[in-house]
Design a protein around this ligand. Structure first.
Ligand code: NAG
Ligand code: NAG
Ligand code: NAG
Ligand code: NAG
Ligand code: NAG
Ligand code: NAG
Ligand code: NAG
Ligand code: NAG
Ligand code: NAG
Ligand code: NAG
Ligand code: NAG
Ligand code: NAG
Length: 806
């Protein structure tokens, strides 16, 4: 976008070339006329002056747009279009039929678009010099006008009436409806809104800050003023006034809602080849600051930077990030470096550094705010926190932490004293494994390094405050030593492990069973899983999970925890068969799950059927209920996610890795980072110093349930629009708009069962409420899933899901 202020430069010079050539009459298009789309041929009907043309404009290879454009300007300037959402191929035809219908048919003759002139009495069509294309009857009464169906532009003499809408296009060269709308509503108020792309429905108003009332028409007059009038013609509100003298004789002009959400007035000198230049008076004056939607990433999408300059809106990516789609900068940016692992293994301070960005504000989506701390503290805290990617500091010693994705950073020289500290990886190359996609195969008990973490269980109070950081290790020490003394008793009984169907294996046995630990099923920071077959039962495979030596448990405690896991027994839990605790070797032996993990099942090539998915949701819920309420020691899983739900031969869901949290208590010095779990599934309590209760699993289950419903990952950069990237936001949006079918594209079965699916979405919304006490228990959840209890209308989960993602 290059807007230069040619306004002042070139308008008086060419006044003498004036209007003698502007014809007032129109060339009529008679019935039975048509235009056919043909590659490399511009077929059009032009206005008498030749300034405007109507026809099929080639936009991409074999893609044509039925449009009206400025025909004397080399720069392609389309002011109206009919089929931006669906371009037509070569051979398509726009036709004014002998009975007065005006239709666009594709090459096969299927109707793509038609003018709803209700057909009666059209006797000719005409491209007028105003840029209006009309269908008229014999008396020259207009039965249909393109001016009444504007797309993103209004021209002089064109008015936008009540209920009129301009939709921004999707990108500069993509004429599909985009993310913003300008509308004069039937109550007389005029506003710019973001839309629920691609649903076209309005969402958040971003201009004007006050209200307008009694509006009747928006007018762009001949001298370039855009204003709102009331019914009696008085000017209520000047929207844009040009900063120089403009006249229709000297200039082409237009007002366009651009794809970046800004309404601009453009002029182009008729007498010299130049370029469109925009008046610096634009609406809104600073789009970066105007878009305050909590959903979506802001004016430039997630993880981006936004600034407004003379050339328009500038969307860039901070260092370490790059554009998700270079053809669509509003889609935001993605991290280029391998994200910090939440596993204890990664020493953050060695691998990450900060890049300072001055004059910047990121007002939304912090997951933590600590007032009154120095910058160094804030940096250290962010460095040690695997969820933190940006820290914001200011003159009054606030520290804000943000996770991925973060909302657009507003760059503005007027923002003084607020600084963004961007945490980026120092050196990419030292990383050997751990790229998020390096291991995609879901398999038994597999753990991916990037997002698997083993967890502490219990009511650990997380703290971000320095004092608690100091106290916490102390508390931990006390707790741990008490556990030790208590567990010592259990161990007396261990040798027998009565009532627990656990086998003890020697290392040698397991080495044989796995053929020397040959076939690896998965690997994480804390464990590696191998496939094996036991000598005692040649029929059955087992999964042998070898825990890393770092495990700091004593023998006693290890054995005690294992037997506690071994005591659990439920159809929806992966059964622990036995273990080995020999020297350095701590190994668990589980039943083998032939159908891999729910992650590969849901996100794989073929989409599993809805019935199976419902059974899996229910099975997982039952397994969790057992862990929370029915087994002898309550177990909070803390890491419910599709990778940890495995499927047996008959696709029964089985939860794996429960109890491991306690078993694999990791390096206790890392209490500052506290959070355990997997990005995107962790409940807000983890960030807020609140006690950890079984409700954290309910939260994770809610996210999982949405993934099961939609067969989509919780966060997906590949989707069309940033509004859809975060599944939970998108789902609530669709639910609220009563457009749930949008969630289910290409998902016919669940479409048929849309009532049930709506109920499931509502249940998920309850599960992911920010306030833990609002979330149902697993028992309630099951009752709702089974239909024995009604589901009430959920409120907006409101937690900014975004703060915990990627
Ligand atoms: C177009 O058609 C109308 C109605 O038939 C007629 O009045 C008008 O003169 C025609 N204009 C031109 C330029 O032929
Ligand atoms: C339209 O074209 C068809 C065939 O090309 C012809 O039979 C018909 O008479 C034409 N009608 C008019 C109103 O010109
Ligand atoms: C069609 O129009 C475009 C721009 O308006 C121009 O660049 C192109 O040369 C034209 N093609 C033909 C075949 O006239
Ligand atoms: C054409 O469609 C628009 C929008 O759908 C509607 O407002 C208008 O009344 C229709 N006009 C006719 C003549 O049917
Ligand atoms: C055209 O105008 C005449 C006289 O004003 C009227 O009688 C006739 O019904 C009109 N025809 C149409 C098609 O509107
Ligand atoms: C325009 O963007 C939409 C939405 O991303 C996409 O579906 C469509 O294919 C694009 N059209 C063109 C011509 O690139
Ligand atoms: C603007 O209108 C909305 C809806 O009519 C109303 O809720 C709001 O309070 C109004 N704001 C002002 C500043 O008048
Ligand atoms: C356009 O509107 C402005 C502001 O209301 C007014 O000063 C100007 O005279 C108008 N121009 C025309 C040609 O009506
Ligand atoms: C026009 O309408 C506005 C409000 O709708 C009112 O304040 C004004 O007095 C009216 N002007 C005339 C000339 O009727
Ligand atoms: C616009 O034109 C008026 C009268 O023609 C003149 O007084 C004024 O200075 C001009 N404004 C600019 C910015 O050129
Ligand atoms: C870091 O490594 C990833 C994956 O190996 C690569 O795609 C990316 O471009 C690298 N980023 C930087 C900043 O070097
Ligand atoms: C996934 O498993 C299949 C079959 O077991 C194997 O061919 C493929 O190489 C594996 N892919 C990865 C990334 O490990």
């Amino acid at each position: 976008m290059a807007f230069e202020y040619l306004y002042l430069l070139c308008f008086i010079l060419f006044e003498f070339l004036l209007s003698s050539t502007i014809a007032q009459t129109s060339r009529n298009v008679s019935l039975n006329s048509s235009l056919t789309a043909q590659n490399n041929v511009n077929s059009s009907w032009t206005s008498p002056s030749g300034e405007f043309a109507f026809g099929l404009k080639q936009i991409v290879k074999d893609g044509f747009l039925l449009a009206i454009w400025f025909d004397k300007i080399p720069e392609e300037t389309i002011v109206w279009s009919a089929n931006g959402k669906r371009l037509v191929p070569q051979g398509s035809k726009v036709e004014l039929t002998s009975d007065g219908q005006f239709v666009l048919n594709d090459a096969r003759g299927d109707q793509i678009w038609s003018a709803n002139s209700s057909g009666t009495g059209v006797s000719y069509a005409a491209m007028l010099d105003t840029g209006n294309f009309v269908l008229a009857n014999r008396n020259s009464t207009y039965l249909w006008e393109s001016f009444d169906q504007p797309t993103d532009t209004i021209l002089p003499t064109q008015t936008l009436n009540q209920n009129g809408i301009l939709f921004a296009r999707y990108t500069k060269t993509n004429y599909s409806t985009g993310r913003f709308m300008f509308t004069l509503q039937s109550d007389g108020s005029l506003s710019l809104y973001t839309t629920n792309f691609p649903q076209d429905s309005r969402r958040t108003k971003y201009w004007p800050t006050g209200n307008t009332t009694n509006g009747f028409q928006v007018i762009l007059n001949q001298t370039g003023h855009i204003y709102l009038t009331s019914k009696n013609g008085t000017i209520l509100y000047t929207i844009i006034s040009p900063n120089s003298n403009v006249s229709n004789e000297n200039f082409y002009q237009r007002a366009t809602l651009d794809y970046d959400g800004v309404l601009r007035h453009y002029v182009y000198s008729k007498s010299s080849l130049g370029m469109w230049s925009a008046s610096p008076n634009v609406v809104p004056s600073n789009i970066c600051a105007a878009i305050t939607d909590k959903i979506g990433g802001g004016a430039c999408g997630f993880n981006s930077l936004c600034s407004v300059n003379n050339e328009g809106t500038s969307c860039t990516c901070p260092s370490g990030y790059s554009s998700i789609d270079t053809n669509d900068v509003l889609k935001g940016c993605k991290q280029d470096f391998v994200p910090q692992s939440c596993d204890a293994g990664e020493a953050s301070s060695d691998s990450f550094e900060f890049k300072d960005l001055e004059n910047i504000n990121m007002p939304y989506l912090d997951y933590e705010h600590v007032p009154g701390v120095p910058k160094d503290w804030c940096m250290q805290s962010c460095l040690e926190d695997c969820f933190c990617v940006v820290a914001i500091v200011n003159n009054i010693l606030d520290c804000y932490k943000k996770g991925l994705p973060f909302s657009t950073g507003i760059i503005d020289p007027n923002i003084i004293g607020t600084k963004a500290l961007l945490k980026i990886r120092k050196d990419n190359s030292t990383l050997t494994d751990g790229s998020p996609n390096s291991k995609k195969n879901g398999s038994v008990n597999s753990k991916k390094k990037d997002d698997s973490t083993l967890i502490i269980v219990g009511s650990v109070l997380l703290s971000s405050l320095g004092i608690l950081n100091f106290i916490l290790p102390l508390i931990t020490y006390v707790v741990v030593s008490r556990i030790y003394s208590r567990k010592a008793e259990v161990v007396q009984h261990y040798q027998v492990i009565r009532g627990v169907n656990l086998r003890y294996f020697t290392y040698e046995e397991l080495k044989q069973a796995t053929d020397g630990f040959k076939e690896e099923l998965g690997r994480g920071a804390s464990a590696t899983v191998f496939k094996g077959i036991l000598a005692s039962d040649k029929e059955k495979f087992v999964a042998v999970k070898s825990l890393v030596a770092k495990v700091r448990e004593s023998d006693l405690e290890f054995n005690a925890e294992v037997s506690s896991i071994g005591r659990t027994n439920h159809r929806n839990l992966v059964q622990l068969l036995g273990f080995c605790n020999e020297g350095q070797h701590r190994i668990l032996v589980y039943e083998f799950m032939s159908n891999g993990s729910l992650a590969s099942f849901l996100f794989g090539e073929s989409r599993p059927n809805w019935y199976q998915r419902r059974q899996i949701a229910l099975g997982t819920a039952r397994g969790l209920l057992y862990l929370h309420e029915e087994c002898s020691n309550q177990i909070i899983h803390c890491d419910i996610k599709p990778q940890n739900i495995l499927l047996d031969d008959s696709f029964t869901a089985k939860i794996s890795d429960f109890g491991l949290a306690k078993l694999l208590r990791l390096d206790e010095t890392r209490t500052t980072t506290g959070i355990r779990g997997t990005k995107g599934y962790v409940a807000p309590e983890w960030f807020k110093n609140l006690p950890i209760t079984p409700k954290v699993d309910v939260y994770s289950f809610g996210i999982l349930l949405l993934e099961i419903i939609c067969c989509r990952k919780k966060f997906d950069e590949e989707v069309e629009d940033e509004d859809q990237m975060i599944l939970a936001d998108w789902a609530y949006d669709c639910y609220k708009q009563k457009k749930l079918h949008l969630l289910l594209e290409n998902n016919d079965e669940s479409m048929e069962d849309i009532k049930k699916m709506e109920k499931y979405v509502m249940i998920a919304m309850w599960c992911i409420q920010e306030e833990p006490s609002l979330r149902p228990t697993m028992k309630n959840t099951i009752q709702m899933l089974e239909g024995t209890v009604e589901v009430s209308i959920p409120s907006n989960p409101s937690y900014s899901f975004t703060s915990s993602f990627l």
